[in-house]
Design a protein around this ligand. Sequence first.
Ligand SMILES: Cc1cc2nc3c(=O)[nH]c(=O)nc-3n(C[C@H](O)[C@H](O)[C@H](O)COP(=O)(O)OP(=O)(O)OC[C@H]3O[C@@H](n4cnc5c(N)ncnc54)[C@H](O)[C@@H]3O)c2cc1C
Length: 393
Amino acid sequence: MSKSETRTAIVIGAGIVGLAMARALAEAGYRVTVFDRHERAVGASIRNFGTIWPIGVPNGPLYARALRSREIWRDFCDATGTWYAQSGSLIAAFHDDEWAVMNEYAAMNEGIRPSRTLSAAQVREHAPGVVSKGLLGALMSTDELVVDPREAIRNLPAWLTERYGVEFHWRQAITRVEHPYVWSGRRRYAADVIYVAGGTDFETLYPELFERTAITKCKLQMLRLEAQPTFQLGPVVCGGLTMAHYSGFHATPSIGALRQRLSEQYADLIALGIHVMAAQNGRGEITIGDSHEYGHTHEPFDESAINSKIVDYLRTVLDLPNWNVRQSWHGTYAKLTDGHRSELVIEAEPGVTIVNGVGGGGLGMTLSFGLAEEVVNGTLRAETGTPATAVVR
Ligand SMILES: Cc1cc2nc3c(=O)[nH]c(=O)nc-3n(C[C@H](O)[C@H](O)[C@H](O)COP(=O)(O)OP(=O)(O)OC[C@H]3O[C@@H](n4cnc5c(N)ncnc54)[C@H](O)[C@@H]3O)c2cc1C
């Protein structure tokens, strides 16, 4: 194909969804231009844990998509020297009901996933920070990978430009789309195909379509502790509350009893959508979170009471040398509310596709690279036909 015949694509949004779309389009031979309203990405994609989290999705197509995404993350990180760790994940059990669910989960996934239960003594070998008192054991999975989103999402555009010639237009909000054109104020650009990956901005482009869609916004509070470089957290560490959130655990016979106990013991945390994880980055900093609040408009202020509840719960699971908080913030992602879709991929008009709500909203880092390939290659099952993930993150 000559240069003049090269098909062109515009992607709106340089969060992980837009960047993954840009990569998949470039791989398919498109000349790609990405627009973002900010000078650099500052949305959900740099505010998250940075966990590539296969354990958060059910077996089947979503699990395969998570593994494919992880492969692309590794390729990108290896090519650019971007830090990552295949640290896996560990959920610690301090109650019989947690331990029962873990054993059932490990048995059900034998030969399907690399997960297994560990004794308390084995937990100490893998994750020395886990509280010893009352520890029954843990569920360990080696699937999970961690990046530092602030570094990774900032490095991705340069890699896309260098490797594929993707062009970025920063500080250019797209204010109108009418295929084959997009406008940024009065400036007009054209492409054969247009993808809208605007995250929680439902108001600027196709607002009437978003009004009709079962979608809202989820605000999550997060904290980062000071660096503790001589301490090794090991895997991403979670407490029992986490199992109530993951659809992968929902088929275990004991999940009902676990949920019942958690809803009585931690009613306040559950009301705030708190389930707690801790992930360590290459500088030794530990990111912890999070809470979940749903609605189209959130208070811009963070509640220190929520942060305290997150830390207090984590202290029942982890014993860290340094609990000093370096930063706190919140992020907001687009959350699908119909409970059936695992992503929103819809044609807004011929030639224009909206890609949003990946993994129901909270799994964009885990699933976007694989999803983008399926969208571009036309292998995405009919109208987001993969089963919904019940993960609420
Ligand atoms: C606190 C938190 C923790 C999370 N943890 C994880 C995790 O560990 N693992 C995981 O897999 N997922 C996690 N997630 C979910 C993940 O972060 C999101 O699914 C993902 O970042 C969504 O990506 P996005 O590209 O749709 O949105 P964003 O990253 O918000 O990007 C949207 C971009 O579009 C731009 N934009 C919008 N409208 C326009 C316009 N009109 N013109 C130009 N530019 C526009 C914005 O400026 C923005 O840069 C977490 C999310 C949060 C908030």
